[in-house]
Design a protein around this ligand. Structure first.
Ligand code: ZN
Length: 130
């Protein structure tokens, strides 16, 4: 298993991690298989979506905030219930096909870490299987 450690800079943001994952796939030597990507956290997530127009990630964050406001009526006393809920909605893992030594993503797709309770130091665990 490989690990990436990165620091987020805002409470909520989407960070594109596609090049970091591509580097790990290249170093792994896996030509054909699956890349499994996982975040071991309860207030961030992973998603695949458009990486061409930054308005898309802004819109996703905006709609999540409308649906699950930071200052809603929650029981969890830590004050970050919205982040836990958004994390579960987005999910903690992704699997992407590896073909010819590269990730098989659609033309407009990128892989994003979704931060909902930053700034924090986050880990991403990656395993390639052939
Ligand atoms: Zn909490």
């Amino acid at each position: 298993m490989e690990r990436i450690t990165l620091k987020t800079t805002r409470r909520q943001e989407f960070l594109e991690i596609t090049p970091l994952i591509e580097d790990i796939v290249a170093k792994s030597g896996t030509k054909n298989g699956i890349c499994h990507i996982y975040v071991p956290h309860t207030t961030c997530g992973l998603t695949i979506n458009e990486n061409a127009d930054p308005s898309v990630k802004a819109d996703i964050l905006s709609v999540l905030e409308q649906l699950i406001p930071e200052n809603g009526r929650y029981r969890h006393s830590e004050g970050n219930s919205d982040a836990h809920i958004k994390s579960s909605i987005m999910g903690h893992s992704l699997s992407v096909i590896i073909e010819g030594g590269s990730l098989r993503l659609g033309t407009w797709q990128g892989i994003f870490l979704c931060e909902f309770d930053g700034p924090r130091t986050r880990q991403i665990w990656i395993k390639t299987l052939s």
